[in-house]
Design a protein around this ligand. Sequence first.
Ligand code: HEM
Length: 153
Amino acid sequence: MHTLPQINLYTHGTQWSASHGHLAFFGAYATIIIAMFYLGVQRWRSGVWMSGDLPGNGWKWKWALGLLNLGMIGMTVSMLVSGYVQSQIERAIEGSTWMGYFAAQIHPWFVQGMWWREAFGVMFLVGFILLVWDLLTIGKGESRAMQPEVSEN
Ligand code: HEM
């Protein structure tokens, strides 16, 4: 619906777009790139066994996964709430005027959305640090070779 001109007139370039863009990029590209990083790290460690017996039951990647996904959903839902306020106040009520822009920017619901976005951003950052730490350490000290690829014959 964002694509329809009659709706885009109100939502274009608001936090609504930023919410859509970041959530879509995370789902479509970031997640698959993270998966590729793990495959790359396994090869980099000369193809060691990485799927079992991880120290601490693999707590680092599990917490990274949870914090990154919850953080991203929290950030984009918060931005969406702010985007609704912007579309309604700045665009629909105030008619995209200079003062309308500021009326929306100082509205408590807009401001709250921005603060929630920041809080979830901190959650995302913690997940990101854990992800990098996990990528740098996973499979370290492992000597078993990964399972051979199943051959066609
Ligand atoms: C892999 C899927 C997608 C990705 C990665 C993506 C990404 C983005 C990004 C980065 C923006 C710019 C956001 C900004 O200006 O802050 C955007 C805007 C937009 N996207 Fe997507 N998008 C995806 C799918 C879609 C789909 C399926 C639709 C519609 C059916 C759509 C409709 C739009 C529209 C209309 C805008 C412009 C918003 C505006 O007027 O400000 N997108 N998208």
